[in-house]
Design a binder for this molecule. Structure first.
Ligand code: ATP
Ligand code: MG
Length: 446
């Protein structure tokens, strides 16, 4: 078999369908001024320039694209020559970022087939994973390298037509997420495509086409070879972009969530009712709501919630087997579980610090006597700790729920009422905090 046969097997001939300006509904008014500027500048310099990917897809669906990606036959160096506000980025594939203040337009040079190239520009691991991918090509090849048919449509700035290479228009009408080429090969090349299939299916309310869906469950463990930093970024896109709850459920059906959160998966049950699962539902639902309301979303809160009951279970084990105090056990279990989690999704250090604080607050919030309640409320992370306690209250009921209710009342109360609430606690708790302080331990006698 020669190289060309191999290429055509992996990348089946795509047939180009050109939809002229009067046959589609995308108008330049819907494209951001900055993206238009970049398209026109490239075109004016004699290069091909297309809007591609999510921008075209979402406009055709009548939605507002998150960002506008541009593809061109200009090389990164040539792009840099055209724009003063240009930065070249990326190791896996070199891209140009054109900066307009906070708005960044991403410009990629058409990618070619890795089979046709020498070793130093493209590399494939034994498992078929693409390691480096810096090969430039034609627009046809670029289309074949894209993941889904609905992501391989190009809007031409030359005549405002759409170039549909893989039947994307038809799949948009049928509402299908369909991989280009042989699904198993494409997943082995880049297992993150499995996550993307689920993400787009939920976000667009599409089905995953049958052949595209079929290999996922079995190939899901390939995600374990993906760098944890990339999976962290993907996990945020999956869980914090407004469709987290549904995305988690679909990820779980396809055995994908289990790869990103292996320890949490140990708590999965058939009826989705373990505390860990209830916490996932509550936390993701509230994240989706915050997203819809345009509120700030802190990844630390979500990861703290996802991992809490696994941490709790391990802490219980430490308390029994190592005779640790609850506080030490939670903190130690937290370290173990976080160390493990960052190996699959590289949660940045600033967030792991917050996660620990939220967990620690769960142990401090019950201790409210004297001046403690007032001091706790001044802590930076108090609000997060309290929101977290409320979710636990929903799940655990009993004392935890009462504690959450106490804090809810306390926060809304005036000064006098707050003092009365604390005094009430001190009466009920019998001893004042001062007298409860433990005497210093004397050195053990030898
Ligand atoms: P959105 O930005 O709304 O999440 P998108 O389709 O624009 O969706 P991006 O991650 O911005 O997704 O990628 C832009 C385009 O690059 C995609 O539409 C697709 O054509 C291509 N692409 C991205 N990731 C991959 C991948 N892993 N394999 C193949 N093609 C990809
Ligand atoms: Mg995009």
């Amino acid at each position: 078999m020669n190289i060309n046969d191999q290429t055509s097997m992996i990348y089946p001939e795509l047939s180009l369908n050109i939809i002229a300006r009067e046959q589609h509904n995308i108008s330049r008014k819907q494209i951001s001024d900055n993206a238009l500027k970049v398209l026109y500048r490239l075109h004016g310099a004699g290069f091909q320039a297309f809007l591609v990917g999510g921008g075209v897809r979402d406009l055709l669906l009548g939605g507002q694209p998150k960002d506008f990606d541009i593809a061109t036959n200009a090389t990164p160096e040539q792009i840099k020559g055209l724009f003063r506000n240009c930065r070249l980025i990326g190791r896996r594939f070199r891209l140009a970022h054109i900066m307009f203040g906070r708005d960044i337009i991403e410009v990629a040079t058409f990618r070619g087939h890795h089979q046709e190239t020498t070793k130093n520009v493209s590399q494939k691991s034994d498992a078929g994973l693409l390691l480096r991918d810096n090969v430039y090509g034609t627009i046809d090849q670029d289309a074949e390298r894209r993941d889904f048919s609905i992501n391989a449509m190009y809007y031409s700035i030359d005549d405002y037509s759409i170039h549909d290479y893989a039947g994307g228009i038809e799949d948009l009408e049928d509402r299908l997420v369909r991989l280009i080429g042989d699904p198993e090969t494409r997943y082995r090349e880049d297992p993150v495509r499995m996550l993307r299939a689920v993400r787009f299916a939920v976000k667009l309310d599409f089905d995953i086409e049958e052949d595209t869906a079929e290999p996922i469950e079995e190939l899901a463990p390939l995600l374990r070879d993906i760098p944890a930093a990339r999976l962290y970024e993907e996990s945020l896109k999956m869980l914090q972009s407004g469709y987290g709850l549904e995305t988690y459920h679909l990820m779980r059906e396809y055995n994908l969530f289990q790869q990103l959160f292996p320890r949490v998966a140990e708590f999965f049950t058939e009826d989705y009712e373990s505390p860990a699962e209830q916490m996932l539902d509550l936390a993701l639902d509230s994240t989706d709501q915050r997203h819809d309301e345009g509120k700030r979303i802190n990844p630390a809160f979500m990861f703290a919630a996802i991992l809490w009951y696994p941490v709790k279970a391990l802490a219980d084990h430490f308390m029994q087997s190592r005779k640790m105090t609850e506080y030490d056990a939670i903190m130690e279990a937290g370290n173990v579980v976080l160390d493990e989690q960052v190996r699959s999704t590289a949660i940045p250090r600033r967030h792991t610090a917050t996660i620990r604080e939220i967990w620690q607050l769960q142990l401090r919030l019950p201790r409210r006597s004297g001046k403690r309640a007032f001091r706790l409320m001044e802590l930076n992370k108090f609000r997060a700790g309290f929101d977290f306690l409320e979710m636990r209250g929903e799940i655990e009921q009993g004392e935890t729920k009462e504690l959450a209710e106490w804090w809810a009342t306390f926060q809304n109360a005036g000064r006098n009422m707050r003092q009365a609430m604390v005094a009430d606690l001190d009466d009920g708790g019998a001893k004042s905090p001062r007298r409860r302080r433990r005497p210093k331990k004397s050195k053990p006698k030898s």
